[in-house]
Design a protein around this ligand. Structure first.
Ligand SMILES: [Zn+2]
Length: 372
């Protein structure tokens, strides 16, 4: 196992293994359903304020992550999930071993921050929207089952179709055809980079990091110390700047400080939300949630009344209505009546209905009843 976990390290202590990077990727993927779940729970309680947010969840989540990631990129040179796993981004080609005393932490430039944001927030958002559009254009799983898609493809377009509608229809058809290939190339590129990274062929974990010219590194003690220094310096600078400042400026500064504190707190809150979400998922799928509940047992479905033209129900419930002798091999059909297996199989096979209620019945709906 040691060999495997060291596979991605490639000899350098600051190079994170593939497993750390995959873990932070997965955490990011879990955030969205977790946030959506928490939001929908609260939306039931406060529908007036939150329902609109839940309906526009993709946009809301993208906006939320934009603010969060911007904060983390500015303060920690890392995305939220990377920071959670103790990773950071650094410009490619930065010296791996730095002379003592020199500042080892090369900060991200604002171009790198914004390109990171584009990849971290813009790309997943665009992908979700494209997936949604594809699902719509391809008709979704439902219409694939019910066959709408074939009906639409096979009906010739009307002769007097306006040009704008024709362009839209052809665009849709092209998108429907090309998107799976695009998706395959997209996933394939990500996968190829991961394999390459694992075997030390590339220093970039994903094609997007390559495009941004950024590599991921483990945070060192020095990085943490530098971060603390920066915070201290910023605090000092702010307090000297605020001396004799107006009330309004002080208030604004306090607000910004609280907001920043709040974002740092998210590092603990969002993973908690993920674990809470996973816990609920497990809870509702487990038997524990059903135990001790005092839900009343639903009433049995109504009996289907016998058809006046059908066979009479015998007074003795152990007698088969078809052969009117004691049942052998008792077998039930969906209407609820019980017969001998040979009698009812022959009847249903020929008539396709229940002999008593005349409800439609098929031979594969016969059920053997266990008897002692
Ligand atoms: Zn019988």
């Amino acid at each position: 196992m040691e060999y495997l976990s060291n596979l991605g390290a490639g000899g350098s202590a600051s190079r994170p293994s593939l497993f750390e990077l995959v873990a932070q990727d997965q955490m990011r993927d879990l955030l969205q359903p977790a946030v959506r779940y928490v939001m929908s729970v609260y939306a039931q309680r406060y529908p007036r304020h939150l329902l609109r947010l839940v309906n526009k969840h993709d946009e809301f989540f993208a906006a939320l992550m934009l603010v969060v990631e911007l904060h983390y990129l500015r303060n920690w040179d890392a995305s939220f999930a990377e920071n959670f796993y103790g990773l950071k981004r650094s410009p490619a080609g930065a010296p791996r071993r730095v002379r003592k005393g020199a500042s080892s932490t090369q900060r991200l430039s604002s171009t790198q921050i914004w390109s990171s944001l584009l990849v971290l927030v813009g790309l997943p958002y665009a992908k979700t929207k494209l997936d949604e559009a594809y699902e719509q254009v391809s008709g979704g799983a439902g219409s694939r089952i019910f066959g709408d898609i074939f009906a639409e493809q096979n009906t010739p377009p009307p002769a007097d179709e306006p040009p704008s509608a024709r362009i839209r229809r052809r665009g849709k058809a092209a998108f429907r055809m090309l998107y799976p290939y695009f998706n395959a190339v997209f996933q394939g590129a990500v996968f190829a980079y991961q394999i390459g990274y694992m075997y030390g062929k590339t220093d970039y974990y994903s094609p997007w990091l390559h495009l941004c010219g950024l590599q991921t590194r483990r945070m060192s003690m020095k990085d943490y110390a530098d971060q603390e220094d920066r915070q201290r310096l910023a605090k000092k600078a702010a307090s000297t700047a605020l001396q004799g400042a107006s009330q309004l400026r002080i208030m604004r500064h306090m607000l910004a400080m609280w907001l920043s504190k709040g974002f740092d707190y998210l590092k603990h809150a969002l993973p908690m939300a993920v674990f809470f979400f996973k816990f609920l998922e497990w809870w509702y799928s487990s038997d524990y949630s059903n135990q001790g509940s005092t839900k009343p047992i639903p009433p049995p479905p109504d009996l289907i009344p016998p058809n006046p033209a059908g066979l009479a129900v015998p007074a003795d419930p152990t007698v088969c209505p078809i052969c009117t002798s004691p049942r052998t091999n008792p077998t039930m059909i969906p209407s609820g009546y019980v017969f001998c297996y040979p009698c009812i199989f022959k009847y249903v096979d020929e008539a396709g209905k229940c002999p008593i209620t005349w409800a439609d019945t098929r031979t594969d709906e016969l059920r053997k009843i266990y008897s002692m």
